[in-house]
Design a protein around this ligand. Structure first.
Ligand code: G4P
Length: 562
Protein backbone atom coordinates (compact mmCIF):
# COMPACT_ATOMS: atom_id res chain seq x y z
CA UNK A 1 0.00 0.00 0.00
CA UNK A 2 2.84 2.32 0.98
CA UNK A 3 4.54 1.51 -2.29
CA UNK A 4 1.40 2.41 -4.21
CA UNK A 5 1.01 5.61 -2.27
CA UNK A 6 4.59 6.70 -3.11
CA UNK A 7 4.06 5.70 -6.72
CA UNK A 8 0.86 7.62 -7.06
CA UNK A 9 2.29 10.66 -5.26
CA UNK A 10 5.38 10.72 -7.45
CA UNK A 11 3.46 10.30 -10.66
CA UNK A 12 0.54 12.47 -9.71
CA UNK A 13 1.82 15.71 -11.27
CA UNK A 14 2.64 13.88 -14.46
CA UNK A 15 -0.76 12.31 -14.77
CA UNK A 16 -2.44 15.42 -13.52
CA UNK A 17 -0.88 17.57 -16.25
CA UNK A 18 -1.12 15.18 -19.12
CA UNK A 19 -4.53 13.77 -18.85
CA UNK A 20 -6.81 14.15 -15.91
CA UNK A 21 -8.81 11.10 -16.75
CA UNK A 22 -5.69 9.00 -16.74
CA UNK A 23 -4.95 10.38 -13.34
CA UNK A 24 -8.43 9.59 -12.13
CA UNK A 25 -8.18 6.02 -13.36
CA UNK A 26 -4.67 5.73 -11.96
CA UNK A 27 -5.86 6.97 -8.59
CA UNK A 28 -8.84 4.63 -8.70
CA UNK A 29 -6.58 1.63 -9.26
CA UNK A 30 -4.03 2.40 -6.63
CA UNK A 31 -6.05 3.68 -3.69
CA UNK A 32 -7.49 0.31 -2.99
CA UNK A 33 -8.00 0.40 0.75
CA UNK A 34 -11.73 -0.03 1.28
CA UNK A 35 -12.05 2.18 4.38
CA UNK A 36 -10.03 4.96 2.76
CA UNK A 37 -12.13 4.71 -0.37
CA UNK A 38 -15.31 5.25 1.61
CA UNK A 39 -13.87 8.06 3.67
CA UNK A 40 -12.68 10.00 0.63
CA UNK A 41 -16.02 10.02 -1.13
CA UNK A 42 -18.44 12.94 -1.05
CA UNK A 43 -21.66 12.34 -2.93
CA UNK A 44 -23.93 15.35 -3.01
CA UNK A 45 -26.47 17.32 -4.96
CA UNK A 46 -26.85 21.00 -5.67
CA UNK A 47 -30.39 22.27 -5.40
CA UNK A 48 -31.90 25.64 -6.17
CA UNK A 49 -34.73 27.48 -7.78
CA UNK A 50 -34.02 27.82 -11.52
CA UNK A 51 -31.62 30.66 -12.31
CA UNK A 52 -30.13 30.95 -8.83
CA UNK A 53 -26.82 29.71 -10.24
CA UNK A 54 -26.74 25.94 -9.80
CA UNK A 55 -25.25 25.27 -13.24
CA UNK A 56 -22.66 28.02 -12.82
CA UNK A 57 -21.63 26.72 -9.41
CA UNK A 58 -21.42 23.15 -10.76
CA UNK A 59 -19.16 24.36 -13.53
CA UNK A 60 -16.90 26.23 -11.13
CA UNK A 61 -16.61 23.19 -8.90
CA UNK A 62 -15.66 21.10 -11.91
CA UNK A 63 -13.05 23.71 -12.83
CA UNK A 64 -11.53 23.43 -9.35
CA UNK A 65 -11.40 19.70 -9.68
CA UNK A 66 -9.65 20.08 -13.01
CA UNK A 67 -12.44 18.07 -14.57
CA UNK A 68 -13.01 20.77 -17.18
CA UNK A 69 -10.58 23.34 -18.46
CA UNK A 70 -12.83 25.94 -19.96
CA UNK A 71 -13.41 29.08 -17.93
CA UNK A 72 -16.32 31.34 -18.72
CA UNK A 73 -18.02 28.59 -20.62
CA UNK A 74 -21.34 29.25 -18.97
CA UNK A 75 -21.42 32.62 -20.63
CA UNK A 76 -21.45 31.06 -24.07
CA UNK A 77 -23.65 28.28 -22.75
CA UNK A 78 -21.29 25.54 -23.87
CA UNK A 79 -20.67 23.86 -20.56
CA UNK A 80 -24.15 24.65 -19.42
CA UNK A 81 -25.43 22.28 -22.07
CA UNK A 82 -22.87 19.58 -21.56
CA UNK A 83 -22.60 19.92 -17.78
CA UNK A 84 -26.12 18.66 -17.72
CA UNK A 85 -27.18 15.65 -19.72
CA UNK A 86 -28.84 16.27 -23.01
CA UNK A 87 -29.12 12.78 -24.33
CA UNK A 88 -32.76 12.94 -25.21
CA UNK A 89 -33.70 14.66 -28.38
CA UNK A 90 -36.60 16.40 -26.79
CA UNK A 91 -34.24 17.84 -24.28
CA UNK A 92 -32.05 19.26 -26.99
CA UNK A 93 -35.07 20.70 -28.73
CA UNK A 94 -36.25 22.47 -25.67
CA UNK A 95 -32.89 23.28 -24.18
CA UNK A 96 -34.11 22.08 -20.82
CA UNK A 97 -32.15 19.63 -18.79
CA UNK A 98 -34.64 16.81 -18.35
CA UNK A 99 -32.06 14.42 -17.04
CA UNK A 100 -30.12 14.04 -13.87
CA UNK A 101 -26.53 13.26 -14.53
CA UNK A 102 -23.50 12.45 -12.45
CA UNK A 103 -20.39 14.59 -12.50
CA UNK A 104 -17.38 13.19 -10.68
CA UNK A 105 -13.95 14.62 -10.05
CA UNK A 106 -11.10 14.46 -7.59
CA UNK A 107 -10.20 17.44 -5.42
CA UNK A 108 -7.49 17.26 -2.76
CA UNK A 109 -7.67 13.48 -2.87
CA UNK A 110 -11.40 13.44 -2.26
CA UNK A 111 -13.59 11.76 -4.83
CA UNK A 112 -16.49 14.13 -5.39
CA UNK A 113 -19.68 12.88 -7.01
CA UNK A 114 -22.12 15.63 -7.91
CA UNK A 115 -25.56 14.35 -8.73
CA UNK A 116 -26.86 17.03 -11.01
CA UNK A 117 -30.56 17.71 -10.90
CA UNK A 118 -32.85 19.28 -13.45
CA UNK A 119 -33.61 22.87 -12.58
CA UNK A 120 -36.91 23.01 -14.43
CA UNK A 121 -39.76 22.74 -11.95
CA UNK A 122 -41.69 20.38 -14.21
CA UNK A 123 -39.03 17.79 -13.50
CA UNK A 124 -38.96 18.30 -9.75
CA UNK A 125 -39.93 14.68 -9.15
CA UNK A 126 -36.65 13.65 -10.74
CA UNK A 127 -34.84 15.91 -8.31
CA UNK A 128 -36.76 14.52 -5.34
CA UNK A 129 -35.66 11.03 -6.28
CA UNK A 130 -32.06 12.06 -6.72
CA UNK A 131 -32.14 13.35 -3.17
CA UNK A 132 -32.52 9.76 -2.00
CA UNK A 133 -29.05 9.05 -3.39
CA UNK A 134 -27.10 12.01 -1.99
CA UNK A 135 -25.26 12.12 1.31
CA UNK A 136 -25.50 15.90 1.55
CA UNK A 137 -26.63 18.91 -0.47
CA UNK A 138 -25.62 22.47 -1.25
CA UNK A 139 -28.57 24.85 -1.51
CA UNK A 140 -27.99 27.82 -3.82
CA UNK A 141 -29.97 30.99 -3.16
CA UNK A 142 -29.99 34.16 -5.24
CA UNK A 143 -29.07 37.11 -3.00
CA UNK A 144 -31.62 39.37 -4.69
CA UNK A 145 -34.51 36.94 -4.94
CA UNK A 146 -34.03 35.20 -1.62
CA UNK A 147 -35.86 31.97 -0.90
CA UNK A 148 -37.98 30.93 -3.89
CA UNK A 149 -40.73 28.37 -4.30
CA UNK A 150 -38.71 25.52 -5.74
CA UNK A 151 -36.05 25.87 -3.06
CA UNK A 152 -38.73 25.58 -0.39
CA UNK A 153 -40.02 22.30 -1.80
CA UNK A 154 -36.59 20.76 -2.24
CA UNK A 155 -35.35 21.80 1.18
CA UNK A 156 -38.50 20.37 2.71
CA UNK A 157 -37.62 16.99 1.22
CA UNK A 158 -34.05 17.27 2.54
CA UNK A 159 -35.35 18.14 5.98
CA UNK A 160 -37.65 15.13 5.99
CA UNK A 161 -34.58 12.99 5.39
CA UNK A 162 -32.22 14.89 7.73
CA UNK A 163 -29.81 15.47 4.87
CA UNK A 164 -26.89 17.72 5.86
CA UNK A 165 -27.18 21.02 3.98
CA UNK A 166 -24.79 23.87 3.27
CA UNK A 167 -26.37 27.10 1.99
CA UNK A 168 -24.55 29.15 -0.65
CA UNK A 169 -25.88 32.66 -1.13
CA UNK A 170 -24.96 33.57 -4.67
CA UNK A 171 -24.60 36.65 -6.87
CA UNK A 172 -23.05 38.89 -4.23
CA UNK A 173 -21.63 40.97 -7.08
CA UNK A 174 -25.19 42.21 -7.57
CA UNK A 175 -27.35 44.36 -5.37
CA UNK A 176 -29.41 42.13 -3.16
CA UNK A 177 -31.09 41.74 0.17
CA UNK A 178 -29.37 42.59 3.42
CA UNK A 179 -27.37 39.58 4.66
CA UNK A 180 -29.15 39.40 8.01
CA UNK A 181 -32.59 39.74 6.41
CA UNK A 182 -31.66 36.93 4.10
CA UNK A 183 -30.46 34.70 6.93
CA UNK A 184 -33.77 35.39 8.68
CA UNK A 185 -35.67 34.50 5.54
CA UNK A 186 -33.75 31.25 5.18
CA UNK A 187 -34.60 30.34 8.77
CA UNK A 188 -38.25 31.33 8.51
CA UNK A 189 -39.17 30.05 5.09
CA UNK A 190 -36.96 26.98 4.97
CA UNK A 191 -37.20 26.09 8.63
CA UNK A 192 -33.42 25.85 8.92
CA UNK A 193 -31.13 26.70 11.77
CA UNK A 194 -28.31 28.57 10.11
CA UNK A 195 -24.84 29.63 11.12
CA UNK A 196 -22.83 31.83 8.74
CA UNK A 197 -19.33 30.52 8.04
CA UNK A 198 -18.53 33.50 5.90
CA UNK A 199 -19.88 37.03 5.82
CA UNK A 200 -19.95 39.54 2.98
CA UNK A 201 -18.10 42.82 3.09
CA UNK A 202 -20.40 45.11 1.12
CA UNK A 203 -22.58 43.97 -1.71
CA UNK A 204 -23.28 44.67 -5.36
CA UNK A 205 -21.43 47.78 -6.44
CA UNK A 206 -19.66 48.01 -3.07
CA UNK A 207 -18.83 44.34 -2.79
CA UNK A 208 -15.33 44.17 -1.37
CA UNK A 209 -15.09 40.52 -0.48
CA UNK A 210 -15.83 38.08 2.25
CA UNK A 211 -14.69 37.44 5.77
CA UNK A 212 -14.26 33.71 6.08
CA UNK A 213 -15.31 32.83 9.62
CA UNK A 214 -14.41 29.17 9.13
CA UNK A 215 -10.84 29.80 7.97
CA UNK A 216 -10.41 33.17 9.68
CA UNK A 217 -9.25 35.11 6.66
CA UNK A 218 -10.34 37.90 4.42
CA UNK A 219 -11.00 37.15 0.84
CA UNK A 220 -10.80 40.30 -1.23
CA UNK A 221 -12.77 40.64 -4.40
CA UNK A 222 -11.58 42.76 -7.25
CA UNK A 223 -12.23 42.47 -10.91
CA UNK A 224 -15.21 42.22 -13.12
CA UNK A 225 -17.46 39.45 -14.26
CA UNK A 226 -14.93 38.31 -16.86
CA UNK A 227 -11.86 38.18 -14.72
CA UNK A 228 -11.83 37.88 -11.01
CA UNK A 229 -8.73 38.53 -9.00
CA UNK A 230 -9.02 36.97 -5.61
CA UNK A 231 -6.67 37.74 -2.76
CA UNK A 232 -6.79 35.87 0.52
CA UNK A 233 -5.29 37.46 3.63
CA UNK A 234 -5.08 35.50 6.87
CA UNK A 235 -6.80 37.61 9.50
CA UNK A 236 -7.82 36.33 12.88
CA UNK A 237 -7.61 39.52 14.96
CA UNK A 238 -10.50 41.62 13.81
CA UNK A 239 -9.61 44.35 16.29
CA UNK A 240 -6.31 44.99 14.53
CA UNK A 241 -6.10 48.37 12.78
CA UNK A 242 -4.77 46.50 9.75
CA UNK A 243 -8.40 45.85 8.86
CA UNK A 244 -8.88 49.56 8.05
CA UNK A 245 -5.88 49.46 5.75
CA UNK A 246 -7.25 46.47 3.90
CA UNK A 247 -10.91 47.30 3.41
CA UNK A 248 -11.24 50.95 4.46
CA UNK A 249 -12.60 52.60 7.56
CA UNK A 250 -16.34 52.36 7.15
CA UNK A 251 -16.27 48.81 5.78
CA UNK A 252 -14.02 47.76 8.67
CA UNK A 253 -16.32 49.13 11.31
CA UNK A 254 -19.38 47.67 9.58
CA UNK A 255 -17.70 44.27 9.35
CA UNK A 256 -16.78 44.33 13.03
CA UNK A 257 -20.38 45.19 13.95
CA UNK A 258 -21.76 42.53 11.67
CA UNK A 259 -19.48 39.81 12.96
CA UNK A 260 -20.31 40.75 16.53
CA UNK A 261 -23.95 40.38 15.68
CA UNK A 262 -23.25 37.05 13.97
CA UNK A 263 -21.51 35.65 17.03
CA UNK A 264 -24.23 37.04 19.30
CA UNK A 265 -27.19 35.75 17.32
CA UNK A 266 -26.07 32.54 15.64
CA UNK A 267 -24.71 29.40 17.25
CA UNK A 268 -21.11 28.49 16.59
CA UNK A 269 -20.67 25.87 13.93
CA UNK A 270 -21.16 22.35 15.22
CA UNK A 271 -20.25 19.60 12.80
CA UNK A 272 -22.29 16.99 14.56
CA UNK A 273 -25.41 19.16 14.37
CA UNK A 274 -24.72 19.79 10.68
CA UNK A 275 -24.33 16.07 10.00
CA UNK A 276 -27.61 15.35 11.77
CA UNK A 277 -29.35 17.96 9.63
CA UNK A 278 -29.92 20.18 12.66
CA UNK A 279 -27.68 23.08 11.68
CA UNK A 280 -26.88 24.55 8.28
CA UNK A 281 -23.70 26.54 7.63
CA UNK A 282 -24.03 29.44 5.19
CA UNK A 283 -21.48 30.77 2.69
CA UNK A 284 -21.69 33.88 0.57
CA UNK A 285 -20.11 34.34 -2.85
CA UNK A 286 -20.50 34.72 -6.55
CA UNK A 287 -20.39 31.59 -8.63
CA UNK A 288 -20.09 33.50 -11.88
CA UNK A 289 -17.02 35.31 -10.61
CA UNK A 290 -15.67 32.17 -9.04
CA UNK A 291 -15.68 34.03 -5.78
CA UNK A 292 -16.16 32.21 -2.50
CA UNK A 293 -16.33 28.91 -4.37
CA UNK A 294 -12.95 27.58 -3.27
CA UNK A 295 -13.84 28.39 0.35
CA UNK A 296 -17.10 26.55 -0.06
CA UNK A 297 -15.40 23.52 -1.60
CA UNK A 298 -12.59 23.43 0.95
CA UNK A 299 -15.02 23.56 3.83
CA UNK A 300 -17.33 21.10 2.10
CA UNK A 301 -14.68 18.38 1.78
CA UNK A 302 -13.77 18.84 5.44
CA UNK A 303 -17.22 18.77 6.97
CA UNK A 304 -19.52 16.98 4.51
CA UNK A 305 -20.24 13.34 5.25
CA UNK A 306 -18.73 10.42 3.44
CA UNK A 307 -21.31 7.80 2.38
CA UNK A 308 -23.84 7.29 5.13
CA UNK A 309 -25.55 4.17 6.40
CA UNK A 310 -28.92 3.58 4.76
CA UNK A 311 -32.08 2.11 6.12
CA UNK A 312 -33.47 -0.91 4.31
CA UNK A 313 -36.86 -2.34 5.23
CA UNK A 314 -35.01 -5.14 6.98
CA UNK A 315 -32.19 -3.30 8.77
CA UNK A 316 -29.71 -0.43 8.76
CA UNK A 317 -26.90 -1.09 6.30
CA UNK A 318 -23.49 0.46 6.97
CA UNK A 319 -21.35 1.66 4.07
CA UNK A 320 -18.38 -0.25 5.50
CA UNK A 321 -20.06 -3.67 5.28
CA UNK A 322 -18.21 -6.05 2.99
CA UNK A 323 -21.21 -7.25 1.03
CA UNK A 324 -22.40 -5.14 -1.83
CA UNK A 325 -25.79 -3.47 -1.83
CA UNK A 326 -27.19 -0.59 -3.83
CA UNK A 327 -30.42 0.79 -5.24
CA UNK A 328 -31.73 2.28 -8.46
CA UNK A 329 -32.60 5.96 -8.11
CA UNK A 330 -32.87 6.90 -11.74
CA UNK A 331 -33.49 5.27 -15.08
CA UNK A 332 -32.41 7.10 -18.17
CA UNK A 333 -33.99 5.91 -21.36
CA UNK A 334 -32.50 5.52 -24.76
CA UNK A 335 -29.39 7.60 -24.24
CA UNK A 336 -28.19 6.42 -27.58
CA UNK A 337 -31.11 6.60 -30.02
CA UNK A 338 -29.51 3.79 -32.08
CA UNK A 339 -29.67 1.39 -29.18
CA UNK A 340 -33.00 1.27 -27.46
CA UNK A 341 -31.61 0.35 -24.07
CA UNK A 342 -31.82 2.21 -20.83
CA UNK A 343 -29.30 3.15 -18.23
CA UNK A 344 -30.19 2.44 -14.62
CA UNK A 345 -28.29 4.60 -12.12
CA UNK A 346 -27.36 2.66 -9.00
CA UNK A 347 -26.03 4.24 -5.83
CA UNK A 348 -23.59 1.90 -4.11
CA UNK A 349 -24.59 1.79 -0.44
CA UNK A 350 -22.24 -0.87 0.94
CA UNK A 351 -19.39 -3.12 -0.18
CA UNK A 352 -17.94 -2.94 -3.66
CA UNK A 353 -19.73 -3.35 -6.94
CA UNK A 354 -17.60 -5.39 -9.32
CA UNK A 355 -17.82 -5.93 -13.02
CA UNK A 356 -18.96 -9.42 -14.15
CA UNK A 357 -19.91 -10.52 -10.65
CA UNK A 358 -23.44 -11.90 -10.20
CA UNK A 359 -25.73 -9.80 -8.01
CA UNK A 360 -29.18 -10.48 -6.70
CA UNK A 361 -32.00 -8.41 -8.18
CA UNK A 362 -34.12 -8.64 -5.05
CA UNK A 363 -37.54 -7.85 -6.55
CA UNK A 364 -37.09 -10.45 -9.31
CA UNK A 365 -35.19 -12.86 -7.05
CA UNK A 366 -32.80 -13.36 -9.91
CA UNK A 367 -29.01 -13.10 -10.27
CA UNK A 368 -27.71 -10.66 -12.85
CA UNK A 369 -24.20 -9.99 -14.14
CA UNK A 370 -23.03 -6.75 -15.69
CA UNK A 371 -20.20 -6.81 -18.19
CA UNK A 372 -20.00 -3.09 -18.83
CA UNK A 373 -20.98 -1.02 -15.82
CA UNK A 374 -20.35 2.67 -16.33
CA UNK A 375 -18.68 5.07 -13.97
CA UNK A 376 -18.89 8.81 -14.46
CA UNK A 377 -15.96 11.19 -14.59
CA UNK A 378 -16.74 14.82 -15.26
CA UNK A 379 -19.01 14.64 -18.27
CA UNK A 380 -17.70 11.31 -19.52
CA UNK A 381 -18.77 7.82 -18.72
CA UNK A 382 -16.50 4.83 -18.95
CA UNK A 383 -16.49 1.17 -18.04
CA UNK A 384 -15.40 0.56 -14.47
CA UNK A 385 -14.21 -2.61 -12.70
CA UNK A 386 -14.84 -1.66 -9.09
CA UNK A 387 -17.09 0.96 -7.50
CA UNK A 388 -17.25 1.94 -3.84
CA UNK A 389 -19.98 3.18 -1.51
CA UNK A 390 -21.06 6.65 -2.58
CA UNK A 391 -20.33 5.96 -6.22
CA UNK A 392 -22.93 5.92 -8.91
CA UNK A 393 -22.82 3.07 -11.40
CA UNK A 394 -24.72 3.15 -14.68
CA UNK A 395 -26.03 -0.27 -15.71
CA UNK A 396 -27.35 -1.06 -19.16
CA UNK A 397 -30.84 -2.33 -18.75
CA UNK A 398 -33.26 -3.98 -21.08
CA UNK A 399 -36.25 -3.54 -18.82
CA UNK A 400 -35.24 -5.36 -15.63
CA UNK A 401 -35.14 -2.33 -13.41
CA UNK A 402 -37.64 -0.04 -11.79
CA UNK A 403 -36.83 2.97 -9.71
CA UNK A 404 -36.29 1.84 -6.14
CA UNK A 405 -35.04 -1.67 -7.00
CA UNK A 406 -32.32 -3.11 -4.79
CA UNK A 407 -29.28 -5.11 -5.93
CA UNK A 408 -27.21 -7.05 -3.39
CA UNK A 409 -24.51 -9.70 -3.07
CA UNK A 410 -27.22 -12.12 -1.98
CA UNK A 411 -29.05 -10.73 1.02
CA UNK A 412 -32.74 -9.92 0.56
CA UNK A 413 -32.69 -6.23 1.30
CA UNK A 414 -35.17 -3.64 0.13
CA UNK A 415 -34.12 -0.04 0.38
CA UNK A 416 -37.00 2.19 1.11
CA UNK A 417 -37.38 5.88 0.85
CA UNK A 418 -38.16 6.76 -2.70
CA UNK A 419 -41.55 8.24 -2.07
CA UNK A 420 -43.89 9.57 -4.71
CA UNK A 421 -45.38 12.99 -4.10
CA UNK A 422 -48.81 14.07 -5.18
CA UNK A 423 -48.64 15.21 -8.80
CA UNK A 424 -49.94 18.67 -9.64
CA UNK A 425 -51.59 17.83 -12.96
CA UNK A 426 -53.87 14.94 -13.91
CA UNK A 427 -55.12 13.84 -17.31
CA UNK A 428 -56.82 10.78 -18.73
CA UNK A 429 -54.66 9.10 -21.32
CA UNK A 430 -56.48 7.68 -24.37
CA UNK A 431 -55.20 5.44 -27.13
CA UNK A 432 -55.25 7.34 -30.42
CA UNK A 433 -54.32 4.35 -32.58
CA UNK A 434 -56.31 1.18 -31.75
CA UNK A 435 -53.83 -0.97 -33.74
CA UNK A 436 -51.07 0.00 -31.32
CA UNK A 437 -52.70 -0.74 -27.95
CA UNK A 438 -49.93 -3.15 -26.96
CA UNK A 439 -47.19 -0.66 -27.77
CA UNK A 440 -49.02 2.05 -25.88
CA UNK A 441 -49.35 -0.07 -22.75
CA UNK A 442 -45.71 -1.14 -22.91
CA UNK A 443 -44.61 2.47 -23.43
CA UNK A 444 -46.70 3.77 -20.54
CA UNK A 445 -45.41 0.96 -18.34
CA UNK A 446 -41.77 1.62 -19.10
CA UNK A 447 -42.03 5.39 -18.82
CA UNK A 448 -43.66 4.99 -15.43
CA UNK A 449 -40.85 2.62 -14.35
CA UNK A 450 -38.45 5.41 -15.22
CA UNK A 451 -40.47 7.74 -13.03
CA UNK A 452 -41.37 10.13 -15.83
CA UNK A 453 -44.86 10.50 -14.35
CA UNK A 454 -47.29 8.58 -12.17
CA UNK A 455 -50.01 6.29 -13.37
CA UNK A 456 -53.31 5.88 -11.58
CA UNK A 457 -55.90 3.32 -12.61
CA UNK A 458 -59.43 4.26 -11.61
CA UNK A 459 -61.18 1.69 -9.46
CA UNK A 460 -64.55 2.39 -11.04
CA UNK A 461 -63.83 1.84 -14.72
CA UNK A 462 -60.14 0.96 -15.11
CA UNK A 463 -59.36 4.16 -17.02
CA UNK A 464 -55.77 5.32 -16.87
CA UNK A 465 -54.86 8.71 -15.47
CA UNK A 466 -51.39 10.21 -15.78
CA UNK A 467 -50.25 12.52 -13.00
CA UNK A 468 -47.30 14.86 -13.47
CA UNK A 469 -45.51 17.61 -11.62
CA UNK A 470 -45.50 19.91 -14.65
CA UNK A 471 -47.61 20.24 -17.78
CA UNK A 472 -44.52 19.86 -19.94
CA UNK A 473 -44.31 16.19 -19.02
CA UNK A 474 -47.41 15.41 -21.08
CA UNK A 475 -45.63 16.57 -24.20
CA UNK A 476 -42.54 14.56 -23.25
CA UNK A 477 -44.68 11.44 -22.78
CA UNK A 478 -46.59 11.93 -26.02
CA UNK A 479 -43.36 12.53 -27.92
CA UNK A 480 -41.58 9.54 -26.42
CA UNK A 481 -44.53 7.19 -26.86
CA UNK A 482 -44.59 8.07 -30.53
CA UNK A 483 -40.84 8.06 -31.20
CA UNK A 484 -39.76 5.19 -28.99
CA UNK A 485 -42.79 2.90 -29.00
CA UNK A 486 -44.67 3.86 -32.16
CA UNK A 487 -47.83 4.55 -30.15
CA UNK A 488 -50.12 7.55 -30.23
CA UNK A 489 -52.09 9.02 -27.38
CA UNK A 490 -54.43 11.87 -26.59
CA UNK A 491 -55.22 13.42 -23.25
CA UNK A 492 -58.40 14.52 -21.59
CA UNK A 493 -58.58 16.80 -18.60
CA UNK A 494 -59.34 15.21 -15.26
CA UNK A 495 -59.75 17.83 -12.57
CA UNK A 496 -57.98 16.64 -9.46
CA UNK A 497 -56.59 18.85 -6.71
CA UNK A 498 -54.38 16.30 -4.95
CA UNK A 499 -53.62 12.61 -4.90
CA UNK A 500 -53.60 11.24 -1.37
CA UNK A 501 -52.39 7.79 -0.43
CA UNK A 502 -54.86 5.99 1.80
CA UNK A 503 -53.72 4.39 5.02
CA UNK A 504 -54.53 1.93 6.41
CA UNK A 505 -56.48 -0.15 3.93
CA UNK A 506 -58.44 -1.96 6.55
CA UNK A 507 -61.49 -3.82 5.29
CA UNK A 508 -62.57 -4.64 8.84
CA UNK A 509 -62.94 -0.96 9.60
CA UNK A 510 -66.53 0.14 8.93
CA UNK A 511 -65.44 3.72 8.34
CA UNK A 512 -62.94 2.62 5.71
CA UNK A 513 -65.60 0.50 4.00
CA UNK A 514 -67.98 3.44 3.87
CA UNK A 515 -65.22 5.74 2.63
CA UNK A 516 -64.53 3.27 -0.19
CA UNK A 517 -68.19 3.01 -1.12
CA UNK A 518 -69.00 6.72 -1.06
CA UNK A 519 -65.76 7.88 -2.69
CA UNK A 520 -65.56 5.08 -5.24
CA UNK A 521 -65.54 7.57 -8.13
CA UNK A 522 -62.41 9.21 -6.76
CA UNK A 523 -60.43 6.11 -5.90
CA UNK A 524 -57.60 4.67 -7.94
CA UNK A 525 -54.63 2.32 -7.61
CA UNK A 526 -51.10 3.59 -8.17
CA UNK A 527 -48.39 1.62 -9.95
CA UNK A 528 -47.54 -0.35 -6.80
CA UNK A 529 -51.20 -1.22 -6.21
CA UNK A 530 -51.59 1.23 -3.33
CA UNK A 531 -55.00 2.85 -2.89
CA UNK A 532 -55.13 6.54 -3.76
CA UNK A 533 -57.86 9.10 -3.16
CA UNK A 534 -58.03 11.74 -5.89
CA UNK A 535 -59.53 14.79 -4.19
CA UNK A 536 -61.07 17.20 -6.65
CA UNK A 537 -60.82 20.30 -4.45
CA UNK A 538 -59.28 21.45 -1.16
CA UNK A 539 -62.83 21.56 0.22
CA UNK A 540 -63.62 17.97 -0.66
CA UNK A 541 -60.29 16.88 0.82
CA UNK A 542 -61.04 18.66 4.05
CA UNK A 543 -64.58 17.27 4.23
CA UNK A 544 -63.33 13.76 3.60
CA UNK A 545 -60.69 14.07 6.30
CA UNK A 546 -63.34 15.28 8.75
CA UNK A 547 -65.89 12.65 7.85
CA UNK A 548 -63.52 9.67 7.96
CA UNK A 549 -60.94 10.53 10.64
CA UNK A 550 -59.65 6.96 10.98
CA UNK A 551 -58.75 6.87 7.28
CA UNK A 552 -55.43 8.62 6.92
CA UNK A 553 -54.72 10.55 3.75
CA UNK A 554 -51.02 11.10 3.04
CA UNK A 555 -49.44 13.41 0.46
CA UNK A 556 -46.53 11.07 -0.18
CA UNK A 557 -46.62 7.40 -1.03
CA UNK A 558 -44.54 6.45 1.98
CA UNK A 559 -45.12 7.06 5.64
CA UNK A 560 -41.55 7.71 6.44
CA UNK A 561 -38.34 8.03 4.50
CA UNK A 562 -34.64 7.29 4.78
P1 G4P B 1 -29.48 27.55 -12.70
O1 G4P B 1 -28.62 26.44 -13.15
O2 G4P B 1 -29.70 27.58 -11.22
O3 G4P B 1 -30.75 27.69 -13.46
O4 G4P B 1 -28.70 28.94 -12.96
P2 G4P B 1 -27.48 29.26 -13.93
O5 G4P B 1 -26.21 28.76 -13.37
O6 G4P B 1 -27.84 28.89 -15.31
O7 G4P B 1 -27.45 30.83 -13.77
C1 G4P B 1 -28.55 31.65 -14.14
C2 G4P B 1 -28.04 33.01 -14.55
O8 G4P B 1 -27.41 33.65 -13.44
C3 G4P B 1 -27.00 32.96 -15.66
O9 G4P B 1 -27.15 34.12 -16.46
C4 G4P B 1 -25.69 33.05 -14.91
O10 G4P B 1 -24.64 33.58 -15.68
C5 G4P B 1 -26.09 34.01 -13.81
N1 G4P B 1 -25.23 33.88 -12.61
C6 G4P B 1 -24.83 32.76 -11.96
N2 G4P B 1 -24.04 33.08 -10.91
C7 G4P B 1 -23.94 34.42 -10.88
C8 G4P B 1 -23.23 35.35 -10.05
O11 G4P B 1 -22.53 35.00 -9.12
N3 G4P B 1 -23.38 36.67 -10.36
C9 G4P B 1 -24.13 37.12 -11.40
N4 G4P B 1 -24.19 38.42 -11.61
N5 G4P B 1 -24.79 36.27 -12.22
C10 G4P B 1 -24.70 34.94 -11.97
P3 G4P B 1 -27.92 34.09 -17.84
O12 G4P B 1 -27.73 35.43 -18.44
O13 G4P B 1 -29.32 33.62 -17.63
O14 G4P B 1 -27.23 32.96 -18.65
P4 G4P B 1 -25.81 32.95 -19.37
O15 G4P B 1 -26.06 33.50 -20.70
O16 G4P B 1 -24.89 33.79 -18.53
O17 G4P B 1 -25.46 31.52 -19.36
Amino acid sequence: MFFFFILSTVFKPLFFCDNRFNYLIFAEIFYMDFGTEIERRRTFGIISHPDAGKTTLTEKLLLFGGAIQEAGAVKNNKIKKSATSDFMEIERQRGISVATSVLAFIYKDKKINILDTPGHKDFAEDTFRTLTAVDSVIVVIDVAKGVEEQTEKLVQVCRMRNIPMIVFINKLDREGKDAFDLLDEVEQKLGLSVTPLSFPIGMGYDFKGIYNIFEKNINLFSGNSKQNIEETIAFDDLESSELENIIGESAASELRDNLELVSGVYPTFNQEAYLKGEQQPVFFGSALNNFGVRELLDCFIQIAPSPRAKMAEERLVEASENDFSGFVFKIHANMDPKHRDRLAFIKVVSGTFERNKPYLHVRHDKKLKFSSPNAFFAEKKEIVDVSYPGDIVGLHDTGNFKIGDTLTSGEKLNYRGIPSFSPEHFRYINNADPMKAKQLNKGIDQLMDEGVAQLFTLELNGRKVIGTVGALQYEVIQYRLEHEYGAKCTYENFPVYKACWVDPEDESNEEFKEFKRIKQKFLAKDKRGQLVFLADSPFSLQMTQQKYPSVQLRFTSEKESN
